[in-house]
Design a protein around this ligand. Structure first.
Ligand code: HEC
Length: 123
């Protein structure tokens, strides 16, 4: 009898897991996951890609490989989301500040793009 004791909660947990997996699978068209499981909408990523191409790639390279600016590969692992946003807003040494050139939505889009597109697995 004791052996049966854990079965019900286990089945319950399995059910919860299945629901979560299904939800994630269904939402894959509208969101993607960053290096530390951050979620971004497809529209933000699309906007971010365009903003990156016209504002950042000149220094950081088309694919974040670096140049005048630092290499951004794996940036989502190296910087917390808030320090990432802060650097883009305020700049740092030769990195220009973008707080007056981009609005809040544009900044969050370009940060989302960098954190997802330049994850470590896409060297
Ligand atoms: C004029 C060249 C230039 C442009 C344009 C530029 N950056 Fe940079 N960026 C730099 C440099 C140089 C650094 C290194 C700063 C330092 O040494 O502290 C840097 C650093 C960074 C970092 C921190 C990297 C790290 O490893 O800590 C981030 C994030 C970043 N830039 C994002 C952006 C974004 C987003 C844009 C476009 C909106 C952008 N940069 C545009 C030159 C540039």
């Amino acid at each position: 009898m004791r052996a049966d004791y854990g079965l019900q909660p286990m089945l319950y947990r399995l059910g919860v897991c299945l629901v979560i997996v299904t939800l994630v699978a269904c939402s894959s068209g509208t969101s993607s996951y960053g290096p530390i499981n951050e979620t971004y909408s497809a529209s933000a990523l699309e906007a971010g890609e365009a903003i990156y191409a016209s504002n950042c790639s000149v220094c950081h390279g088309q694919n974040g490989e670096g140049g005048i600016g630092s290499r951004l590969t794996g940036i989502g692992h190296r910087l917390s989301y808030s320090s990432h946003v802060k650097i883009v807003l305020q700049g740092r040494r030769s990195m220009p500040a973008f707080s007056r050139r981009l609005d809040a939505a544009e900044i969050s889009a370009v940060v989302a793009y960098q954190r997802l597109a330049f994850s470590e697995s896409k060297k």
